[in-house]
Structure formats: structure tokens, C-alpha cells
Write a protein that binds this ligand. Structure first.
Ligand SMILES: [Zn+2]
Length: 438
């Protein structure tokens, strides 16, 4: 295998792909899908382009296996988030290479993943590796604004996708410590449940010079104070317990035992304060509530008759929405109306007892001994929810090695990927697929 040649190819494809502007909105993913299609066509890998809405494109490529096992789906998205162009060191749509990094919107999220997944299909095809399962590649539209024209549409309208046993989607990474050594493999196998609420307070309008008790702003503020101070109970899923258990050896001696059994650990008041001061840890162990929008009044001397607020709540999968809502209503009091404005289904995390997860662990053990592979309950939402809904075991993991700081460039200015990650990613993904598909 001429890895150097493949590496050069991957770099060039990623540069070209980044130059295709697919900022969502409006997306224009069709242009990106056509670019990928040309490459698959040239390699004689069957692929199909779907345009569910004008300009929005999804591309499905299929590398055939014997059918002995069910397919595995490699998922990535074509759209990217907008840029603050003037804040970038380089043109975010020029595919510029500087000091060993390729810069551009999508360099991490998630055009690099798309290129690596595509290269993996190309490599397996060129090497005539005989496969026991089909390998599906789906480059989707609309991930950044909810997936309606992307994965959600595709799962409803492309039946072959629903046959998949496994899917690999963007999400976790191999996290490097400050010395550039692998610290952990973070693989997300589940995510929190979305429950967004609109709160409304009503009252009597009047002149600001004459305060009265029926002011909706005052009622809303008092109710919000109560709700934002609510410390929701801990609810630890087995996968979260495993996460902390595996992270225990990395903790200072006095914290280790708390991490080893996080349920017990959280009974210790000072430890629970320390742990939950980390926003990601906090989100993993309980239902959370964020006050994200406030509207009330439009003039300095007018008491309005109505004001409203939005709460972005994220629930631990499996918790009962009705019970949570009942508790929210009770705490807000009878004067506040509560309406659900968006919600996602409660889906249990994907099993870790699979040959796919085993293959990742094997890779880690061989290449990064003593580096734990940890399952992550994602606080946010990804397209994986549409796959898990159909019963597909889905892991969110990009085969790249990043420091925490590098990871924060996702959606940020000067997004970039270390070129060596493209080489690493191809080799890792080919290894893992050989393990589970041959
Ligand atoms: Zn993404």
C-alpha cells in the first residue's frame, strides 16, 4: 500500500472539498455531493445522488460485500457553519496549508471525516479486499440545522440505510494531553434528550411610573430564579458509570475512589460540588436546564402585559418527560404557562458489547497501550439520533488525534486539522474495517 501517495491524494481532495462553499444556511450541499460523486464514479464505486430539496444534496456510495454480515454505514455531513471571515488568519474557503495544518471551514467539522471515510472505501476497493458486509458511505445535507433534508430524510427515504447494523458518525476523538500523548479515546454511544420549553407570564399593562403587583416581568423573573437554582437529582446511566470508572486511574489519589464508583462518589457533598462544576461532567450525570431566551417589554416606561422565556432542557435518556415537566410546572408556580416547543425521542445509548467497539479497543490497545477507550454521553445532539431511532448501533468517533484546545476550533475561527491526522485517520479506519468487515 503506497500510503504516501494516498496521503497526498487525501490532502488534495480535502483542499478541493473545502473550496466548495457549503455554508448552511442555505447549504448548497448538492455541489459537495457532486464533487464526491465524481471521485466515486472514477473508481467505479456505485453511488447515488439524492436531492430532497432544491440545492440540498445527499450522496450514498456502496462498496459491496458478500452479505454474510449486515452493512456498516460511514456517515459524514457536507454542510458547514458560517464564518466570521475577517477574524480568520487565512481565507476559510481556500484550503490553505500552513505549518503542517490545513485550514478551512469544515477542516474538522466534518469534511475531513468525509474525505477519510471516502478514502477508506477507495483503498478497500483498489486493494480488492473481500468484504463480508457492505460498506455504505453517506455524505448528508443539513446536519448543522437539524437534519431535515439530510439524515432524517435519508433514513425515511433510502431503505438500504436502515439495513445497517452499525454506523460511524462524527463526534468523539482521540484526545491528546499537553505533551501530545494519547490520553483517551472518546467514543460517544448516546446523547441527551432535547426538551425545549417556552414559558409565558401574563399580567396587566400600565405606566412604568406606577408599579403594581401584576407585572409579568416580575412574575417571570421570580419563577426563573427558582427554576435556574434547582439542582436536579443525579441519574447515572451504566455507560456514564463506565466512563468515570475508566477515567479513575487518571485522577489524583484523593479523587480516585469517587470516580471508581461515581454513584457513591456523588454522595460526598464536596466531591459532588467539584465534579458538577465541570459543565460536561455535570451534563452527564443529571437533567440540565439552561435559560436561553428572554423577552419582556419594549419601552422603558411601559409595563407589558406579557413576557416569555425559553428553557433548553436536556434529559438523561430514559427519564420520564412527564415527570420532569410536572416538577418544572410545580416549581414555576401556577402563574407561569409552560409549553413544549421542541423535543427529541428518548433513545438508550448504543450497546458497547459489539465486535465494532471491540475492534476500536483492540486498535487502542495495540497502538496506545494503557489509554482507555471511554464511552461518552453527549450533552448535545447529533444526527446519530436518527440512526439509533432505527435500531442502528451508532458510535460518534472521528479517527483523529486532537488536544482539547484543538477540538475547540470546531465551529470557531481558524478551524484546522493537522495534516498527519489524515494519514493516521485513513490507516486507523482501514484497520478497523478490516477487523469487522472481512
Ligand atoms: Zn459536524
Amino acid at each position: 500500500m503506497d500510503w504516501d501517495q494516498l496521503f497526498r491524494e487525501a490532502i488534495q481532495y480535502l483542499q478541493e472539498y473545502i473550496r466548495i462553499e457549503t455554508v448552511n444556511p442555505p447549504g448548497n450541499e448538492l455541489k459537495g455531493a457532486r464533487f464526491l460523486k465524481k471521485i466515486f464514479d472514477a473508481e467505479s464505486i456505485p453511488c447515488q445522488l439524492f436531492e430532497p430539496f432544491q440545492g440540498r444534496g445527499n450522496l450514498l456510495a456502496t462498496l459491496k460485500g458478500s452479505g454474510e454480515k449486515k452493512p456498516i454505514l460511514l456517515l459524514n455531513h457536507i454542510d458547514v457553519v458560517p464564518v466570521e471571515k475577517e477574524r480568520w488568519e487565512v481565507d476559510p474557503f481556500a484550503g490553505i496549508i500552513k505549518n503542517g495544518y490545513l485550514y478551512g471551514r469544515g477542516a474538522l467539522d466534518c469534511k475531513s471525516t468525509g474525505i477519510i471515510e471516502m478514502m477508506t472505501l477507495l483503498i478497500l476497493k483498489r486493494k480488492k479486499i473481500s468484504l463480508k458486509r457492505d460498506i455504505l458511505f453517506l455524505a448528508s445535507a443539513d446536519e448543522e440545522t437539524g437534519g431535515r433534508w439530510g439524515v432524517q430524510w435519508a433514513m425515511e427515504n433510502i431503505p438500504s440505510l436502515r439495513e445497517s447494523e452499525y454506523a460511524l458518525n462524527e463526534g468523539g476523538y482521540i484526545i491528546l494531553n499537553e505533551n501530545g500523548v494519547s490520553d483517551r479515546y472518546e467514543i460517544s454511544n448516546g446523547q441527551k434528550v432535547i426538551l425545549q420549553l417556552k414559558l409565558k407570564a401574563k399580567g396587566t399593562s400600565g405606566h412604568g411610573s406606577m408599579p403594581h403587583p401584576d407585572n409579568p416581568n416580575v412574575k417571570l423573573v421570580h419563577a426563573l430564579e427558582v427554576i435556574t437554582k434547582w439542582e436536579t437529582p443525579f441519574n447515572i446511566l451504566p455507560t456514564v458509570k463506565e466512563y468515570f470508572f475508566k477515567m479513575a486511574p487518571k485522577q489524583p489519589p484523593y479523587e480516585k475512589r469517587f470516580f471508581e464508583d461515581i454513584e457513591k462518589g456523588l454522595n460526598d457533598p464536596s466531591f459532588s460540588v467539584r465534579l458538577t462544576s465541570n459543565p460536561i461532567y455535570n451534563a452527564m450525570v443529571r437533567n440540565t436546564i439552561s435559560l436561553t431566551m428572554l423577552q419582556g417589554g419594549s419601552k422603558a416606561n411601559v409595563i407589558p402585559s406579557e413576557s416569555s422565556a425559553t428553557l433548553d432542557c436536556r434529559l438523561i435518556p430514559g427519564s420520564l418527560k412527564e415527570d420532569f415537566l410536572k416538577e418544572i410546572r410545580r416549581r414555576l408556580g401556577a402563574e407561569i404557562e409552560v409549553e413544549v416547543c421542541a423535543e427529541s425521542k428518548s433513545l438508550p445509548p448504543s450497546s458497547l458489547d459489539t465486535d465494532f467497539f471491540q475492534a476500536i479497543k483492540k486498535y487502542a490497545a495495540e497502538n496506545d497501550p494503557n489509554c482507555p477507550v471511554v464511552p461518552l454521553l453527549l450533552p448535545g445532539a447529533t444526527d446519530s439520533r436518527f440512526l439509533r431511532e432505527k435500531g442502528i448501533i451508532t458510535y460518534d468517533f472521528c479517527p483523529f488525534r486532537l488536544t482539547e484546545k484543538e477540538r475547540l476550533r470546531v465551529h470557531g475561527n481558524n478551524e484546522r486539522i493537522a495534516l498527519k491526522n489524515l494519514m493516521f485517520g485513513m490507516r486507523m479506519l482501514v484497520d478497523i474495517l478490516k477487523e469487522i468487515a472481512t
